[in-house]
Design a protein around this ligand. Sequence first.
Ligand code: BG6
Length: 258
Amino acid sequence: HLMNQLLGIKDDEKRLATHLEIDHCLVVSGDADQSSRVLDELGKTLNSTLQLLLPPGHLTIAVMGGTTMAHLASQLTFQLSAGRELSFVPARGGLGEAVTIQANSIAAAMAEATDSKYRALYVPENLSSESYESLIKEPSVKEVLTLIDKAQVVIHSVGDALVMAKRRGMSPDTIRMLKAKHAVAEAFGVFYDAEGKVVYKIPQIGLQLADLDHIPYVFAVAAGKSKAKAIAAYMQHAPSRTWLLTDVGATNSILTGA
Ligand code: BG6
């Protein structure tokens, strides 16, 4: 309760957390679908929440990619690294995203904003299993994978299933399959339907959903009415200690089912 007081947890945040069966929700006003300023506001909220929650000392922070994450990066401040030594690492290998929103770029941007370090993970997609096996033995790749394994903090977003499938250039067949199975959400390369059932997984090295179980600080940031279904679907799998940072647009839609 003390933490709730410090963070000024409001009623709608409590209602959303109860509805999604997770411990913490923080809701900013507006709808990210209407204005990207809402994402900046989420970035500021993320910054102050990290400032309040993260312990001092050395911390490895694994980050995912995407447009939400790119916005957040611009709002982090160097005060975060006062008393802390932060290392940002991409949580997973490349997922076929444009360079600016790849996890590697987000890790670099967050490190720059907070005056800390980052490591990149250079693992292309569509590798033959032979090249893959030898690549993950490369010292530089192995080292980053070890860092990812030891991350105490994860920051990620949640995507709309079909938006993500198209953006990552998945095959027409796969997209048809996702539509047939009513996929609505994607997070960590896993696609879910509205009931939270897993309908497809993109094999990818790096952090997997199951790894979240041993990561103490998990932040999911996703906003806008258009992401309401995706958020609700993914949250059925999220560890309950997840901090969901979202907006009123998504919150109203999740709570009313509209
Ligand atoms: C990433 C997640 O952080 O955000 C993906 O790793 C998710 O799983 C994506 O789909 C969403 O991207 P955007 O552009 O909607 O923020």
